[in-house]
Design a protein around this ligand. Structure first.
Ligand code: CTP
Length: 414
């Protein structure tokens, strides 16, 4: 039976509503990204209290950070504005999380040693670890990042309970290329949002298909559909946020891979089948959101089909004979042992009737039905969850919020 999840978090609220973020900047050129991050955090509903080291103030001004956070920036443990003159205590008691971005090599070393000779390191040391977890986004030159001293420090920082965000890889301000770039502001935001999500699927592996398939007719033409892949990508993201190790097999779509998700790109239904089947047995959950083409041209022509332009030539259109594609979901559902399978049904009418038929035909325990034409390409959707005994509507919401609800529902059934 599908029971309403009464204590489900409010999912239509801004994603960081009610969260108070203590945002620490140490010295590094990546401070410019933290300005953008502050904007994104505020936009997502968080309150942001900025703390800067003297080195950070060499790269960006406290005025900029105050304007973006709408709060006075704190830079000194001797700040007389605090009534009790204990900024380090007050700041960390009020916060839901402390994020140091950028975290320089020097600042990471200070955290590891428990040194407390500036306000930011003092606050990190004084924070209650249970209520104010520490997230660290390193930013430094690749040689500094790769140095055994830094690697030793990072390992110790993790052992002490901190969480590492990044670093990224790419071209660096110094002109070199490698590991050590601070993650982009949007990536840090995604990581922070994920950090606050309940870990319903910790330790589980989830496999997701998404997007349309493209079935070629000749080298320049093919058959596809309107699926944008957004629902499947949202499910992959929600599963990863919930602590799962996620593999996403995607048809041709132009979407950014959710952070921390392994992506395999395919074009055709057969390629999707070939990618999914060997992986499926090692997964606890399989969510088939892909709009897989039911048929493909029986033969893919080597060269483009040309019109015959000769005077008097036949104008009859070419006949394309079709053959059926394998049913990926039904094949995974038949595996024993196999993952817990969740299907999607994109219909244009009679949602419940078709969903029930598909549940039985594909021998799956749960299906999410939606009206395809009403949702293809859009950012919101309405789902009807159908199992053998009951159905429950997930009312219209953005796709990520729906995906989180679906993941919670799946987790409750494992
Ligand atoms: N599916 C699949 N492989 C296929 C066809 C569908 O894995 N070859 C999966 C879809 O990803 C979805 C579910 O099966 O989770 C239902 O897909 P849908 O196209 O709605 O159903 P069909 O079985 O193709 O039935 P019909 O086209 O007649 O509605």
């Amino acid at each position: 039976m599908i029971q309403p999840t009464l204590d489900a978090p409010t999912l239509d609220a801004p994603t960081l509503a009610g969260k108070h973020v203590l945002l620490g900047l140490s010295g590094g050129i990546a401070c410019y990204k933290t300005a953008e991050l502050t904007r994104l955090l505020v936009k997502a509903g968080a309150t942001v209290q900025v703390v800067m080291t003297a080195a950070a103030e060499q790269f960006i001004t406290a005025v900029t950070m105050q304007a973006l956070s709408s709060r006075p920036v704190v830079t000194s443990q001797w700040d007389a504005r605090e009534p009790n003159n204990m900024a380090h205590i007050n700041l960390s008691r009020a916060a839901d999380v402390m994020l140091v971005a950028p975290a320089s090599a020097d600042f990471i070393a200070k955290l590891v040693q428990g040194r407390a000779d500036d306000l930011l390191s003092l606050t990190a040391l004084a924070r209650p670890t249970q209520t104010c977890p520490l997230l660290v986004a390193p930013a430094m030159n690749r040689e500094m990042w790769a140095h055994p001293a830094t690697q030793r420090n990072v390992a110790q920082l993790l052992a002490d309970g901190a969480h590492l965000l990044g670093p990224g890889n790419g071209s660096q301000a110094c002109g070199e290329t490698g590991d050590g770039r601070m993650l982009e502001a949007s990536e840090l935001l995604e990581e922070l949002i994920a950090f606050f999500q309940p870990k319903w699927l910790a330790g589980h592996k989830v496999l997701v298909t998404a997007g349309p398939t493209f079935e070629p007719i000749d080298p320049v033409r093919g058959i596809t559909n309107h699926s944008s892949g957004k629902m499947g990508f949202a499910i992959a993201r929600a599963a990863r946020e919930a602590g799962a190790e996620v593999t996403l097999v995607a048809g041709p779509v132009h979407l950014t891979t959710p952070r921390g998700v392994r992506r395999i790109d395919v074009q055709t239904a057969q390629q999707m089948f070939d990618a999914v089947l060997p992986l499926a047995p090692a997964h606890a959950v399989f969510v088939a959101t892909a709009a897989v083409a039911d048929w493909r041209p029986a033969q893919v022509l080597e060269h483009k089909i040309k019109k015959d332009h000769k005077p008097g030539a036949s104008t009859a259109p070419p006949m394309i004979s079709m053959t059926e594609n394998p049913d990926i979901l039904a094949a995974v559902a038949a595996l024993s042992p196999g993952p817990y399978c969740v299907g999607f049904a994109a219909e244009s009418r009679d949602l419940l009737k078709h969903a029930r038929e598909k549940l039985l035909r594909k021998k799956i325990p749960l299906i999410a039905a939606n009206l395809g034409p009403a949702t293809f390409g859009r950012d919101d959707n309405t789902l009807l969850l159908v199992d053998a005994h009951s159905e429950r509507e997930l009312p219209t919401n953005d796709k990520l919020s729906l995906a989180r609800e679906l993941i919670r529902e799946i987790a409750s059934r494992l």
